[in-house]
Design a protein around this ligand. Structure first.
Ligand code: DHB
Length: 311
């Protein structure tokens, strides 16, 4: 009788695993495959106002311990994803899905969020403050003043459930400063973490992706300790009304278990989903359930956030 069911912002999901934005979510065909898999829900590729082709290829490479990418926000534009989600709401009124978006400027971000606010969309919106791959555009969430201003302006008009996708932070003072900002707003969730930005992978005397001279966001096994640290740091600092979505380095059920132990209410799969396909959801779910059964846990609430510290 083990269940991996979860809730975010009062919405129920049969499974706490889903895709990480960027993987298996650019087209309706890919999203349908995730929807029909063992995943509890999906998030759409981060959308901008206009469709974008993104950076030149090759721009994503799986490597033995993870992945590196500099996609450059290729996407079909907000209307493509929003129209699909509005259709889906009629066909599957009992399921809830996530819409990811960010503008190329604060003004564009507000235009996007106002469109969502004025639509019939009833799902969860994830504002991506952590895209590392658009040349000349720094990650918003590494600029605390900008982050505070954007969120403050957003909550002047946005009343639907909203969360933010964060980059990894690496300093305790930054956890404190970021959490103090997020706690000022009625956010439903924070998603920790996006890729570790601007790594460099070298193979045979060369980089492996074309954009930005080979610099790109790192995902996969490389990033699990950083992801868990961010999940746990924000779990300890944020108001209990702000839930945590854990993303980064989920290859196995044990990895998902660790994210939940650190405080995650939902766990996203990125690089592993890219390498293994949507069958990874069933495998990781089964591994997680076996581990929960061995420990006598029936639901993820039985152990969520209960990481032991050494005295
Ligand atoms: C892209 C990468 C990201 O990590 C992200 O959050 C958004 C977009 C990209 O390169 O497309």
């Amino acid at each position: 009788m083990v269940s991996t069911q979860t809730q975010i912002a009062g919405f129920s999901f049969d499974n706490c695993l889903m895709n990480a934005a960027g993987v298996a979510c650019m087209t309706i065909e890919e999203l349908e495959k995730v929807k029909q898999s063992a995943a509890g829900t999906f998030v759409t590729k981060t959308a901008t106002l206009q469709a974008r082709a993104g950076n030149p290829e090759p721009r994503y490479q799986d490597v033995p311990l993870g992945s590196i990418n500099s996609m450059g926000l290729p996407n079909h534009g907000l209307d493509y994803y929003l129209d699909y989600l509005l259709d889906l709401q009629k066909i599957e009124p009992d399921r809830t899905f996530f819409l990811s978006l960010v503008g190329l400027s604060p003004e564009e971000t507000h235009t996007l969020l106002k469109k969502v606010q004025d639509s019939d969309f009833k799902g969860l919106t994830e504002l991506n403050l952590s895209c590392p791959n658009v040349p000349g555009k720094p990650q918003i969430a590494y600029d605390f003043e900008m982050t505070d201003k954007i969120l403050s302006d957003v909550f002047d008009y946005f009343t639907k459930p909203l969360g933010i996708k964060l980059p990894p932070y690496f300093d305790i003072v930054h956890f404190d400063q970021a959490a103090a900002i997020f706690n000022k707003f009625p956010l439903c969730f924070v998603n920790c973490v996006n890729s570790i930005g601007n790594g460099l992978y070298v193979e045979d005397e060369s980089v492996v992706i074309r954009p930005k001279n080979g610099f790109g966001g790192i995902g996969g096994a490389y990033i699990k300790p950083t992801a868990l640290a961010n999940v746990h740091a924000f779990y300890q600092r944020l108001n209990p009304t702000i839930q945590i979505i854990g993303t980064g380095g989920v290859l196995t059920g044990r990895d998902a278990f660790e994210h939940i132990l650190c405080g995650a209410s939902m766990v996203q799969v990125g690089t592993t989903l890219h390498k293994e396909g949507v069958g990874s959801f069933e495998r990781i779910t089964e591994e997680l359930k076996v581990m929960m059964a061995e420990k006598g846990y029936e639901s993820i609430e039985d152990f969520r956030g209960k990481l032991n510290h050494l005295n």
